[in-house]
Design a protein around this ligand. Structure first.
Ligand code: HEM
Length: 383
């Protein structure tokens, strides 16, 4: 008999079922030090919230703002300007601009683009990875050829992001970043429409002279979309296969039915909580601090188990039950505080558009190895 694979905090996202392990941590050690990995681990909703709100906890180690292996390369240039990878006043300014531009994109437009691109997908992997990136590229205002090439390159660029990136990953990311900068740079000056045009206008209005950080963050929008949305699309299709398609609510005479699509939107929102596509993130302690009453020294690294916090009974009643349409759920999948994901509505709308259109029922063959994303490998007849 084969032994079940052991779960460790860092390996949990690709484990067949990490949830009993998370539940044990939430119950027995919602915040504590993990001697094996050397990391502090926050699993409970209160501890995760506390760390995400603590200004002493940063997104990068202060002594290494850019990973050494990509420093001085085009990948390092992009990485060092990403709102995702920086803290402080410049991050807050750039984040506001991104939030304003992304906030003006309507759900209807994203769903329509996702439906259109789903119709052209050739297999399950294409549906998971390429469709979301093509939707994002369309929103940015990039045309077919540029969008297709950017989609191919972004898969290599994201290899430098995880803490586990190897020298080979970093070299591939550097080559991809150089080409992405050349490919997308001219679009900043083209005066075009789409999100790129909007971001250029908003950046100029804010009195920001430099365009390099803006270009880096345009690449950031594509890279943040890539594996996170692939995971959400995959987890949504598997949940539909397991639980069946949700039925649209029928209104009573005095309470009109919810708008079409509400049931699927609620369904995707519950997938986001119940089987989080991004399962964890990290923070690095710049100054000694206290979390859950425990002193945490400067120089510590904290792993925040967002997927465990979603299933903390103190955050969500009956947390292990998949129940779309929960009233006021507390969801950590898109993070909180200064680094909260500004693409959450777009990601959800992409998954809704794909789920509404994709036909065929995939089978499930494990998960791609990833330290933070839970990306199921889908197989079987496509269409
Ligand atoms: C299911 C899909 C997605 C998930 C689960 C997800 C999750 C996250 C999480 C957890 C963070 C913050 C990490 C931290 O606090 O350490 C984040 C940040 C970010 N996400 Fe998403 N994301 C998704 C899709 C997207 C999409 C489609 C976009 C683009 C429209 C996007 C853009 C960003 C950006 C720009 C940041 C950096 C924000 C900051 O650090 O201030 N994300 N995302």
């Amino acid at each position: 008999m084969t032994q079940p694979r052991p779960v460790t905090p860092g390996m949990a996202p690709a484990h067949p079922d990490p949830y009993p392990f998370y539940a044990r941590l939430v119950a027995e050690r919602p915040f504590g030090h993990d001697a094996d990995s050397g990391l502090w681990v926050a699993a409970g909703a209160a501890a995760v919230s506390e760390v995400l709100a603590d200004p002493a906890c940063r997104v990068r180690p202060p002594a290494e703002p850019v990973p050494r292996g990509i420093l001085g390369t085009p990948a390092g240039e992009v990485f060092g300007s990403l709102v995702r990878m920086t803290d402080g006043a410049a991050q807050a300014r750039r984040k506001r601009i991104l939030g304003t531009a992304l906030g003006a994109v309507t759900e209807e437009r994203v769903v329509a683009l996702a439906v259109e691109h789903t119709g052209r997908a050739t297999d399950w992997a294409d549906l998971q990875f390429e469709v979301p990136v093509r939707v994002m590229a369309s929103l940015l205002g990039l045309d077919g050829e540029v969008s297709a090439e950017a989609g191919r390159l972004i898969g290599d660029f994201v290899r430098c992001v995880p803490a586990s990136a190897t020298a080979e990953d970093q070299a591939a990311a550097a080559v991809a970043a150089a080409r992405l900068l050349d490919l997308l740079g001219p679009h900043l000056h083209a005066g075009g429409g789409g999100l790129i045009g909007e971001l250029v206008r908003l950046t100029a209005d804010a009195g920001e002279a430099e365009t390099a950080p803006l270009l880096a963050n345009v690449i950031g929008l594509l890279s943040q979309t890539y594996d996170a949305t692939a995971a959400l699309v995959g987890n949504t299709l598997l949940a539909l296969a397991q639980h069946g398609r949700p039925e649209e609510p029928v209104g009573e005479r005095d309470t009109p039915a919810a708008p079409p699509g509400t049931a699927l939107t609620d369904f995707v929102a519950e997938v986001v909580r119940h089987d989080a596509p991004i399962q964890n993130t990290r923070r690095f302690v710049a100054e000694a601090t206290t979390v859950a009453g425990q002193p945490v020294p400067a120089g510590s690294a904290i792993l925040l188990l967002l997927a465990a916090a979603n299933r903390d009974p103190l955050a969500n009643p009956d947390p292990h039950t998949f129940r779309p349409g929960r009233a006021d759920p507390r969801v950590f999948t898109f993070s909180r505080g200064a680094h909260r994901c500004p693409g959450h509505a777009i990601a959800t709308a992409i998954a809704v558009g794909v789920a509404a259109t994709a036909t065929g029922t995939p089978s499930h063959e494990g998960h791609l190895p990833s330290p933070n994303a839970r990306i199921p490998v889908l197989k079987g007849q496509f269409r």
